[in-house]
Design a protein around this ligand. Structure first.
Ligand SMILES: Nc1ncnc2c1ncn2[C@@H]1O[C@H](COP(=O)(O)OP(=O)(O)OP(=O)(O)O)[C@@H](O)[C@H]1O
Ligand SMILES: [Mg+2]
Length: 347
């Protein structure tokens, strides 16, 4: 459904020298540096999946989404969205997709939201029943009528994002690309947006590609994950598989008949070097172990041998911890040059 094959995007930047003299010199000299924002990325996203496109700031997510939505042309490689190469057939691609760029408006700045919707209805030739159903949904979940007839330019960030999200779904697209759609939304609206996309997906089987730095968005919406690091794919699979890559796992247990947890914790840490035991809620004990040194079977075996376990469970690893490790120390330096060499900018 969505395929990327060795997708590369480079930006050619003119080096900027420090200071005012340097800025002036930049006008006359032509020293170029190439930033490889997307470095040979290949992936397949099946129809109907809700995929989190995950990566640290500067990892190349927005650049990839711009190629998938036809805004940018790859330097090399190619991508296909529903069989269409987006940057070659922008119009045909646009019919089947919905897009939100949290950082940048897709709406007409001078028009009100109802006027924008009327135009979109014409542009996409949206059937009456679809238009009415979707407006009812936006009324229910996004309180869209409250935006009134204010021009988009005068809306607050959160108000504009509600309109952007609604606009991206208005024509029942087969695929939605949402790049940081919950920026500026309060907790209640974030929740509503998550509900909205899940309802649309349940009804229409919409393919969802989402980037968000809010882990709760990912947890509430996505079933699979595509993780990029420095322009490359480092993980593709279910969120569950991603969690399995955690380097630390835990077991929490309730120990009957040993009211003093101190000696229990000490015994565990002595018996399993590298493991840490701490107090958890309701007098339980939490055991954190490195996944590369112990299996859950070894840890559980040790605990069962020594203690009378009344209750025992393995909490899911924390997605945030997993991502922190993947992102850790891998920050891209921002591009400090000025775009040059005829390369298109953010379009
Ligand atoms: N128009 C451009 N001209 C030059 N460099 C660019 C341009 N757009 C992006 N870049 C560079 O490409 C890299 C990837 O940027 P991109 O916006 O795709 O990252 P991202 O993963 O979306 O990050 P974030 O999480 O901060 O939104 C960065 O190093 C950025 O500086
Ligand atoms: Mg981005």
């Amino acid at each position: 459904m969505i395929v990327a094959e060795h997708l590369v995007k480079e930006f050619r930047l003119t080096e900027r020298k420090p200071g005012l003299a340097g800025s002036l010199a930049t006008l006359f000299t032509r020293e170029h540096r190439v930033v490889r924002a997307v470095d040979g990325v290949s992936f397949t996203i099946p129809a109907g999946a809700k995929t989190a496109y995950i990566g640290a700031n500067g990892a190349g997510k927005s650049t990839t989404i711009k190629m998938l939505t036809g805004i940018m042309t790859p330097t090399s490689g190619r991508c296909l969205v529903r069989g269409i190469e987006p940057y070659r057939h922008r119009q045909a691609n646009a019919r089947g997709i919905g897009v939100v760029f949290g950082q940048r408006s897709q709406l007409w700045w001078d028009l009100s939201v109802p006027d924008s919707f009327r135009i979109l209805r014409r542009v996409y030739d949206i059937p009456d029943a679809v238009y009415r159903r979707n407006l009812a949904l936006y009324r229910e979940l996004l309180d869209i009528d409250a935006l009134g007839t204010t021009p988009v330019r005068q809306l607050s960030l959160g108000q504009r994002m509600r309109a952007e999200i609604a606009a991206s779904l208005l024509h029942d697209p087969a695929v939605v690309f949402w790049d940081e759609p919950t920026i500026g939304l309060d907790m209640v609206l974030k929740d509503a947006v998550r509900q909205l996309v899940n309802r649309v997906h349940a009804e229409l089987g919409t393919t969802v590609v989402l980037t968000s730095h809010d882990i709760a968005d990912i947890a509430a919406i996505c079933d699979s994950a595509l993780v990029v690091d420095r322009g490359r794919v480092v993980h593709q699979g279910s969120i569950r598989d991603l969690l399995r890559t955690a380097d630390r796992r835990s077991v929490v247990f309730d120990h009957r008949g040993r009211p003093d947890p101190g000696p229990v914790r000490a015994e565990i840490e002595r018996g399993l070097p590298g493991v840490s035991a701490s107090s958890a809620e309701d007098g339980r004990i939490r055991v954190d172990y490195p996944a590369d040194r112990f299996t859950s079977r070894q840890v559980l075996g040790f605990l069962l041998d020594r203690f009378d376990l009344a209750d025992c469970y393995a909490p899911e690893p924390d997605l945030e911890d997993v991502l922190r490790r993947i992102y850790g120390g891998h920050r891209e330096a921002p591009s400090t040059g000025v775009p040059g060499g005829g390369e298109e900018g953010a379009a």
